[in-house]
Design a protein around this ligand. Sequence first.
Ligand code: F6P
Length: 543
Amino acid sequence: MDPSLTDSWRALQGHAASFDDLDLRRLFDDDPGRVDRMTLTVADLTVDLSKHRVSAAVLDDLIALANEVGLADRFAAMIAGERINSTEDRAVLHTALRAPVGSEVLEDGENVVPAVHEVLSRMGAFADRVRSGDWVGATGAPIETVINIGIGGSDLGPVMAYEALAAFRHERIRCRFVSNVDGSDLIAAVGDLDPATTLFVISSKTFTTQETLTNARSARAWLTASLGADAVATHFVAVSTNAAEVAAFGIDTDNMFGFWDWVGGRYSMDSAIGLSLMIAIGPDAFDEMLAGFRAVDKHMAATPIAENAPALLGLIEVWYRTFCDLPSRAVLPYSRALHRFPAYLQQLDMESNGKRVRIDGEPVNYETGPVIWGEPGTNGQHSFHQLLHQGSTVIPADFIVFGAPDHAEFEGADTHHDLLVANCFAQSQALAFGRTAEEVAETEADPLLVSHRTFPGNRPSTTIMAPALTPSVLGQLVALYEHQVFTQGVVWGLNSFDQWGVELGKVLASAIVGELTNTDTPDLRHDASTNALIERYRSMRGR
Ligand code: F6P
């Protein structure tokens, strides 16, 4: 279906023609009830949408658009196990990963929930053994370091959550994450370690990803050089959907934790891909995280669109990206613990909706997925916030902030947290309401400086607040964004669950690596630039 043919789409184009007139100062002045009406509560999250440049008429038409494209039916189809990932002929059932024991989610006529919980309880038993010291390595020593080797969805979720939940980690066990095929990633992770106390978790949905397998082979060589080949049995476990490749690598499939082709890589942090996280925070905290996901799933499924936080977040993003031509969105957690959250969201959003053809194969004639980027505050304030406030492009921002700090008590801790939160609120206020030339002129006599010191304001943002960054709240946050991304994909008519755009580079790299290493001079048949780069590299390496 072409969404641009709907009535609501045309109405939104009409509203967008006067986007410049949607002024946040006026919207607030004209409507004292705006903040109450546009602040939503989802489980522990408070989502303040009031600082968005949307009028009641824009919101009505966005909601009408969601209805015209069948958002609610599409979500119902996804959670019911329909094969909505049509280009890969797969169901999309990450919501089943957090379905409660005893519930039913059918995929191809079979209830997947018992298998989900069977894997969760095997993960729990294994995590408990590692945590208690009962799982020992080849020398009989307990594990002290868990190294997750994986990339993309097999890395970004676990590392983001491990960092976010630092306050909940086991005292003895630390995790490290190796993703890049750049050898310095592996070296940095194992350089100071004792192989006897190191456990590798090889995480790969396909178990064919070049970077992960290269790192896994080098890790195995590092381990076996000091402990011998038999040590692989107790120092390597796998998380994958591909038992045959896991066995071919030399990992006993008894030490494999499975998942299913209906879990997309970027939607997999609450599957067995979360094993290293579960070892760090324990099965109970992991379970609390799943409950957090589940609370937002329920909200998404059961709440009318006008009060549905993920749906409205998605619709507002569509408004900015497609109708108002704003190319990017900043994600600004005021929490050091969430320092990998923007990177996590980059894959979730950009790999899902970075598409230029619709499900029906037709090219879109409108803008789709935005560029997602960001850094924790307050650091960003001293680098790129200048552009957010006074740059020539409007960049909507997501502020994420917590009532309580996530670090241990120390003298002055409250001062730090109060300052952190004050800065977060100040940034969204300054972005939204700015400082007019008249206001600046009250204290600045030089007209030139008045111009430089004026803040245009009218720069929109969402503020998401929760009492504290707990496992449950982290699950809620991730599910909120998963369903926001889903909403955008449905409106744009995309398949948000494939990623064909990553294929070409993989194929070309496989060919080029042979040309870089060939002992004979290769017959290069690329474009002139690529040929010259290959030749230059070969000469640098003396080949
Ligand atoms: O190349 C992209 C991608 O397929 C991602 O979608 C995925 O998360 C990542 O690679 C890793 O894949 P795997 O878990 O199969 O190693």
